[in-house]
Design a protein around this ligand. Structure first.
Ligand SMILES: Cc1cc2nc3c(=O)[nH]c(=O)nc-3n(C[C@H](O)[C@H](O)[C@H](O)COP(=O)(O)OP(=O)(O)OC[C@H]3O[C@@H](n4cnc5c(N)ncnc54)[C@H](O)[C@@H]3O)c2cc1C
Length: 437
């Protein structure tokens, strides 16, 4: 198992449910510098379960319901949820229509925000000084906000550890391959565990793969995951200035970007420019027509962002907080998550014959929106282990290679921003001047 966002949640729920031989392997100390969840903050919107939906809507709403309960009540997660409200916006007509669709049936939770003055009034005076030209949207003061992502991961890890889970990092924790029984028991080919970079073999009755965007390094996932990178930058504020920005609602323009209040510890304000993502294409054989055929996307770590991403961050700031638009970045990084075709998680027993007889449970496919569901992931994984998962959830999160046959690696998957296209990270104009860590 891996110690990122979902890995720590899974370890915690296993330990809470009496599993007393849980080992979490990660290439880095938790929280890993490459974990998508190792971040100052993530958007959280509360949700409730529904009964009559499609499998996907039901399963997604159930995750939302479970995680909402945890963010509101679980002593491990609750301190990290800041229920400060949410302002969502769009600039084009098409994106505004998408917002309307998104809130359909929940219109009474929001009020409309349509002028610069109305946007400015969603935060204390002096925070939003921009002209919000062309912006329209909706705001609510409760039922949403942000979570201190890194804090939640550390809290879950510490509690899991206190309850007996073992965490191993570094070369000892960096998994390089699965180990099959054929290596010691000729004639059998069941999964027996994993091997790490220093050669240690960990034998396990059940192995859970929760290594985010890197999952297909270890396993042929039949193109079900597309590692996709997004971009984030920090601006350092003085403690006095940060005081003004305390308890802000999240501001998210689905075409331009988003921010939440600065970190209480470091006074850094995180800004993400919004776009459909970058991929780092991996090419297979050339097609008979002479076209290079994409067969994957390979994540890599970089504590910089493309210069065009910096331009988008600064353009977003000019429209919202122009007084900050020229500030230097104190930190930036690209951040990889794994997109499934339908953006639903992939949680299932691995179905291949090779691994039949072993017990490999996959818990991957965050698809850019599964930090908020962190507390629920562990609970759902326990249901899988105990055969208690409901049919709708099982169908929605199933191993589904049929969806990724002839996968369109450039699919924007209902995302907005930038030029409205998934971008090739090998073709960026350059990288920001942020010191690499
Ligand atoms: C820029 C950005 C902004 C986002 N904003 C939001 C948001 O506002 N709200 C929201 O809900 N979601 C958001 N998300 C999505 C969310 O962060 C992810 O869906 C979620 O964190 C995925 O969790 P994970 O456990 O699958 O992966 P990760 O958190 O990436 O964890 C994977 C772990 O696996 C480890 N690992 C990898 N390979 C190996 C190996 N071979 N051996 C051992 N360990 C290994 C890594 O070190 C890491 O710790 C955002 C994502 C990005 C990139």
């Amino acid at each position: 198992m891996r110690g990122g966002t979902w890995g720590c949640s899974i370890a915690l729920e296993l330990a809470r449910n009496g599993y007393n031989n849980v080992t979490v392997l990660d290439g880095e100390e938790v929280p890993s510098s490459t974990a998508a969840g190792n971040d100052l903050n993530k958007i959280m919107e509360e949700g409730t379960q529904s009964q009559d939906d499609t499998d996907a809507a039901y399963a997604w709403n159930r995750l939302h319901d479970l995680c909402t309960m945890a963010w509101l009540n679980d002593p491990i997660y609750k301190p990290h949820y800041h229920r400060t409200g949410y302002v969502m916006a769009a600039s084009s007509d098409a994106a505004y229509e998408a917002l309307l669709k998104d809130i359909r049936g929940r219109e009474d939770e929001y009020h409309e925000v349509a002028s610069a003055e109305q946007f400015q009034k969603t935060m204390p005076e002096g925070v939003l000084t921009g002209d919000f030209a062309g912006w329209r949207g909706f705001a609510k003061s409760s039922g949403a906000g942000w979570v201190f992502a890194r804090g939640a991961i550390i809290a879950a890890k510490q509690e899991a550890e206190r309850l007996g889970a073992r965490f191993i990092s570094g070369q000892q924790g960096l998994v390089t391959k699965f180990v099959f029984s054929s290596e010691t028991e000729p004639g059998h080919n069941a999964l027996r565990g994993v091997q790490s970079a220093d050669g240690t073999i960990y034998r396990a009755y059940t192995t859970i793969l929760a290594n985010g965007a890197n999952a297909d390094n270890l396993l042929d996932l039949k193109y079900q995951l597309r590692p996709t990178a997004w971009t984030l930058a920090h601006i350092k504020m003085t403690p006095t200035k940060a005081e003004l920005y305390k308890d802000l609602p999240v501001l998210f323009n689905i075409e331009k970007g988003f921010f939440m209040e600065p970190s209480a510890e470091t006074h850094e304000l995180k800004i993400c420019d919004e776009h459909p993502g970058y991929i780092n294409p991996v090419y297979g054989e050339t097609s008979p027509e002479g076209e290079k055929v994409i067969v994957g996307s390979k994540p890599f770590a970089r504590h910089q962002i493309p210069v065009e991403s910096e331009e988008r961050v600064r353009a977003f700031l000019k429209e919202t907080m122009p007084h900050l638009a020229a500030r230097p970045f104190s930190f930036a990084r690209i951040c990889w998550d794994a997109d499934t075709v339908d953006r639903m998680p992939l949680i299932d027993w691995h179905g291949s014959d090779d691994i039949a007889g072993g017990r490999l449970l996959l818990a991957i496919g965050g698809s850019g929106h599964c930090f908020k569901t962190m507390p629920a992931m562990g609970q759902v994984v326990v249901e899988y282990l105990e055969g208690k998962v409901d049919d709708k959830t099982r169908r929605a999160f199933r191993w589904r290679p049929e969806m990724s046959t002839d996968r369109n690696w450039w699919d924007v998957q209902n995302r907005w921003g930038a030029q409205g296209e998934v971008m090739d990270i090998t073709k960026v104009k350059g990288w920001t001047e942020i010191a690499t860590n």
